[in-house]
Design a protein around this ligand. Structure first.
Ligand code: ADP
Ligand code: MG
Length: 319
């Protein structure tokens, strides 16, 4: 199969490759053409996944397609942007029809859920890797940046954390995944659902936001640094799923939530006055702490004492 036939069959023919919405021209020309409505700005982000580094070489192609798109699209959620489309730069060792069909099917299902369109890409031969670049739009002045957190704001997250980190031993085949709890964690790892609607609902309300990809402590440190504030996290308020608790127990579950990555849920700071409306509208907002004067991230135990994150082995955070 030649390169052009491959692109046509598996990508240009995919449902997600149809033009529409803000995509004026999709796959097939030298460039795609996007419409950005007056008063809005283009939001752009790119992520690369490399076999053996970001996913096991032998993993399921359908799940990989889903995850590759979700990981990148989550950055649009973290910015409060509305998705427009994405490009796919794919490097494959060989043109395996079954693999390509499954990978494209995974992309397609995640694209449908995120209202994303495949607008172009590049296809090359080499060790398996993929780069997804996402494009979105956001009204001028409304992007959720990392730099606006204010002392007095609440620190919030968009759901239970740590499931993806809890799934890692199953992903890597180090542990048997033969029960419903493990299956639930694996779903969170392979099919994270970017919180696009929540991000858009937080426009004009959250003072800072990002999507959690490196773990709660590390990502909160990014907001703290960009905003020149201190973020105080109450350990007892960090939401943990029943599946995670069942699989790894309370101590490790907390560790997964604090330092494990790959959750792709939003963390954001919110003036307290906005909380009641968001909760009344049913948004998954969980308050885990607050913003204070100072610099950095502080973790408090149930008694209000400062937890030494270095001593309890949150290495990633201290790197
Ligand atoms: P060029 O020679 O201009 O780089 P290509 O031959 O690489 O063009 O690609 C032809 C068309 O197919 C372009 O519109 C490009 O965006 C698209 N394309 C190539 N690879 C992919 C892919 N993996 N997924 C989606 N579109 C792709
Ligand atoms: Mg090319």
């Amino acid at each position: 199969m030649g390169e052009f036939e491959l692109i046509r069959q598996y990508f240009a023919a995919a449902a997600c490759a149809r033009a529409g919405g803000d995509v004026v021209l999709g796959i097939g020309d030298d460039c795609a053409l996007l419409d950005v409505p007056a008063g809005e700005q283009l939001a752009v982000s790119t992520d690369t996944l490399v076999a053996g580094v970001h996913f096991p070489e032998s993993c399921d192609a359908y799940l990989l397609g889903q995850r590759a798109l979700a990981v990148s699209t989550s950055d649009l959620a973290g910015m409060g942007a509305t998705p427009i489309g994405f490009t796919l730069a794919l490097t494959i060792p060989s043109a395996n029809p079954v693999w390509l069909a499954e990978f494209a099917r995974g992309l397609d299902s995640m694209a449908a859920g995120c209202n994303m369109r495949l607008i172009g890409g590049d296809t090359t031969r080499g060790p398996l890797s993929m780069t997804v670049t996402v494009f979105g739009r956001v009204p001028v002045g409304m992007p959720l940046r990392r730099s606006g957190a204010q002392p007095g704001d609440l620190l919030c997250v968009g759901g239970a954390l740590g499931d993806a980190a809890g799934a890692l031993p199953f992903v890597l085949g180090e542990r048997e995944s033969d029960n419903a709890e493990a299956a639930a964690l694996l779903r969170r790892y392979w099919s994270p659902q970017p919180q696009l609607a929540l991000g858009q609902a937080l426009r004009g309300k959250a003072t800072a936001a990002l999507d959690i990809s490196d773990g709660l402590l590390a990502d909160c440190a990014h907001i703290a640094a960009a905003s020149s504030v201190s973020l105080i996290i109450e350990q007892a308020r960090v939401p943990l799923s029943a599946s995670l608790l069942a699989c790894v127990g309370p101590e490790q579950a907390l560790q997964c939530a604090l330092s494990g990555g790959d959750d792709y849920l939003l963390a954001f700071t919110l003036p307290p006055a906005h909380l009641p409306d968001l909760l009344a509208d049913g948004w998954p907002v969980q308050v885990i702490g607050r913003v204070a004067e100072g610099l950095g991230v502080q973790l408090l135990d149930a008694a209000g004492g400062v937890v030494n994150t270095a001593r309890v082995g949150f290495n990633h955070f201290n790197d």
